[in-house]
Design a protein around this ligand. Structure first.
Ligand SMILES: NC(=O)c1ccc[n+]([C@@H]2O[C@H](COP(=O)([O-])OP(=O)(O)OC[C@H]3O[C@@H](n4cnc5c(N)ncnc54)[C@H](O)[C@@H]3O)[C@@H](O)[C@H]2O)c1
Length: 263
């Protein structure tokens, strides 16, 4: 008998999730998909008002800056209060940086590492007591293909995402015996407001978009929804035996070596 999936598949019913940076792009797509699958979701973001009005009663915007420990502690406490617990933490808030090692000053290095790496540390630290109390605890970090491929003009950003991948492994080892799984997703270039900003600052945005598309073996950017599907898989009970992994959602960018077309 063929199985017909229901339009709303509630496999996350009863679970509570926090998504940092959930008001835009990959985080927003993840928050929406988690809610669609039945979870209640707190969106912790610097700009929670950017969260579009979805009419969903399962989404709670909370203002939070992941570079500020007090703000993170208060944001997680509010989320737990509102949701009645915490099972899933998606550490997604992140910012970019362009340039070689010669181009970013110490202040920018400190700031990007503060958001992209210490943001995960602070949020996970605040969430851990609640995750330990969950019978289905999962952490998913948003990493990047920049962690594992040498991309030009991305020294600082790549260093931050390399740290995210190593941190994911270390956290997975530290917390497995507490019943907490930790994984990351490694997107290729994803079509989000971040990339819109990057393109609008380029000398020739159309040529830049063509170059970014061409860098993906699939010939197109990854969508935020495609990354969200991977995050939600890793967060779900279906991935109960998956921990310490990096799941590439990159259109083949990390693993494939294509010959030029026609070659
Ligand atoms: N877009 C890409 O090509 C791409 C590729 C690989 C990985 N990523 C990663 O995906 C994640 C999301 O990127 P996106 O493209 O959706 O970006 P985005 O700019 O669309 O969204 C990022 C969100 O994070 C929030 N944020 C930024 N700093 C914050 C802080 N200090 N505290 C709380 N929230 C903060 C922003 O307000 C925003 O809502 C990032 O970690 C990024 O490094 C993006």
């Amino acid at each position: 008998m063929p199985h017909t999936p229901s339009p709303r598949s509630p496999e996350l019913d009863g679970l509570a999730a926090v998504v940092t940076g959930g008001a835009s792009g990959i985080g927003l797509a993840t928050a929406l998909l988690l809610a669609h699958r039945g979870a209640r979701v707190a969106v912790l973001d610097l700009a929670p008002d950017a969260l579009p009005a979805t009419g969903s009663e399962a989404l709670f915007p909370i203002r939070c800056d992941v570079t500020d420990d007090a703000s993170v502690r208060a944001g997680v406490a509010r989320a737990v209060d509102r949701l009645g617990g915490l099972d899933i933490l998606v550490n997604n808030a992140g910012i970019g940086a362009q340039g070689t090692v010669a181009d970013n000053d110490d202040a920018e290095w400190r700031h990007v590492l503060d958001v992209n790496v210490l943001g995960i540390v602070r949020t996970t630290r605040a969430a851990l007591p609640h995750l330990r109390a969950s019978r289905h605890a999962a952490v998913v970090n948003t990493c990047s293909v920049a962690a594992t491929a040498g991309l030009p003009q991305r020294a600082l950003y790549s260093a931050s995402k390399g740290a995210v991948q190593s941190l994911t492994l270390a956290m997975a080892a530290d917390h497995i015996r507490e019943g907490i799984r930790v994984n990351c997703v490694n997107p290729g270039t994803a079509d989000t407001p971040w990339i819109d900003r990057l393109l609008s600052s380029a000398d020739d945005p159309a040529a830049e978009r063509t170059a970014l598309n061409a860098r993906q073996p699939t010939g197109r950017l990854v969508s935020a929804e495609e990354v969200a599907a991977a995050v939600v898989y890793l967060a779900s009970p279906a991935a109960a035996s998956v921990t310490g992994t990096a799941l590439a959602v990159d259109g083949g960018m990390q693993g494939l070596r294509l010959r030029p077309e026609g070659g």
